[in-house]
Ligand binder design. Structure first.
Ligand SMILES: Nc1ncnc2c1ncn2[C@@H]1O[C@H](COP(=O)(O)OP(=O)(O)OP(=O)(O)O)[C@@H](O)[C@H]1O
Length: 354
């Protein structure tokens, strides 16, 4: 069990700054979920830790061992890390057990120790019965567990997962999420789990880090990110918030077009109190539908459509040019069409005027 520490990691590909001075710390035995839109630098970070990409600046350390920095650049095969990719790289010409034993063969483990360790790891990933099977006779989820077992077999200091569950269907994904959390706890394994799936990041991570254009924009527990997104970007990305431009003054937010006016009681300031130009981010669960189009903090709306979800139905409404998502619980769609949306909770951020 080892902690992972990244300090000031920069990676450039020509004019693209794939990672911009990234500082990240993962405590030993914990899972960090790294999430962000496409092209935000998630895979580049993992590849830099694994040793497939050389940072232009910064240091990477696992435990007290420097992997990158101070003139050191440890090659990938000497880093002692495990990695699992989206598409299970399982060798078709080897049985399940042979696939899993491969890293131990390369490390010249003797046969008895190798067989015992392979059997133990296959039990851990619940593949004990399938040791002799050929990979092409396995389901996608079983193959991915073979890849996981192979990454775990040599007791890596850190396990790196690059969209490792993304190609699987639910509910298999859900069961593998649980398996990863169980492994982290039982074996005190440090993990970095890269995903573009926001719900998965919040479900699996002890800590969640959000990347945007190579920059780390927020790191915190799932509950912190859920309740207190520190920027408009995070509010949009994690919460599907609708953003409204306006300003704060006289204890309320007023939108530039005059349609939205919200009193202080309904406002949160996750990045600090704001006065003057501001953006209001409205998460779907911070707005409720009401029958009347008027009232304090109420916008007149027209319902466009809705999506069913387990937490409730998300109703898509329009108010002027604004498209708003409202999470409702058990709204009967045949009831009189709601004509207003009342803001119960919105996040306010400073707005930098161009
Ligand atoms: N080998 C490379 N050569 C040039 N540019 C690259 C290379 N690898 C990545 N990039 C660029 O670096 C940026 C970050 O890419 P990266 O693959 O890390 O993003 P990501 O967040 O993992 O995206 P996705 O979710 O789409 O996989 C992107 O702009 C990408 O085009």
């Amino acid at each position: 069990m080892s902690e992972l520490d990244a300090t000031g990691v920069d990676v450039r590909f020509g004019a693209t700054r794939a990672l911009d001075s990234v500082d990240l710390h993962v405590d030993a035995g914990r899972i960090l979920a790294l999430v962000g839109p496409s092209g935000s630098g998630k895979s580049t970070f993992l590849r830099a830790v694994a040793g497939f990409v050389t940072p232009d600046a910064g240091t990477l350390r696992v435990g007290d061992r420097v992997l990158v920095g101070d003139g050191i650049m440890v090659p990938p095969e000497r880093r002692g890390l495990g990695m699992v990719f989206q598409h299970h790289a399982v060798w078709p010409h080897m049985s399940v057990a042979e696939n899993v034993a491969y890293p131990l063969r390369r490390a010249r483990w003797n046969r008895t120790d190798r067989e015992a360790r392979v059997a133990e790891v296959l039990e851990t990933v619940e593949l004990g019965d399938l040791a002799d099977r050929a990979p092409d006779t396995l389901s996608g989820g079983q193959r991915q567990r073979v890849a996981l077992a192979r990454a775990l077999v040599a007791r890596p200091a850190v396990l790196l997962l690059d969209e490792a569950l993304s190609a699987l269907d639910e509910p298999l994904r859900a069961s593998l999420r649980l398996m990863l959390r169980r492994l982290a706890a039982e074996y005190e394994l440090t993990m970095v789990h890269v995903t573009h799936d926001r719900d998965e990041a919040l479900a699996i991570g002890d800590q969640v880090a959000v990347l945007n254009r190579g920059r780390l924009v927020q790191v915190g527990s799932p509950a912190e990110l859920d309740s207190s997104p520190n920027s408009e970007f995070v509010a949009r990305f994690l919460h599907d918030a609708t953003c409204v431009a306006g300003s704060m003054g006289d204890g309320r937010f007023r939108s530039d077009d005059g349609r939205v006016s919200v009193p202080l009681e309904a406002l949160d300031f996750p990045s600090g109190r704001v006065n003057g130009p501001a953006h209001l981010a409205l998460p779907p669960d911070g707005v409720e539908l009401v029958d009347q189009p008027a009232g304090d903090g109420v916008l007149p709306v027209e319902v466009v459509t809705s999506l069913y979800g387990r937490r409730g139905r998300t109703v898509i409404c329009r108010s002027g040019d604004l498209e708003l998502r409202v999470l409702t619980s058990g709204v009967d769609e045949t009831s009189p069409t709601p004509r207003g949306a009342r803001v119960r909770r919105g996040f306010v951020y400073p707005r930098v005027l161009e």
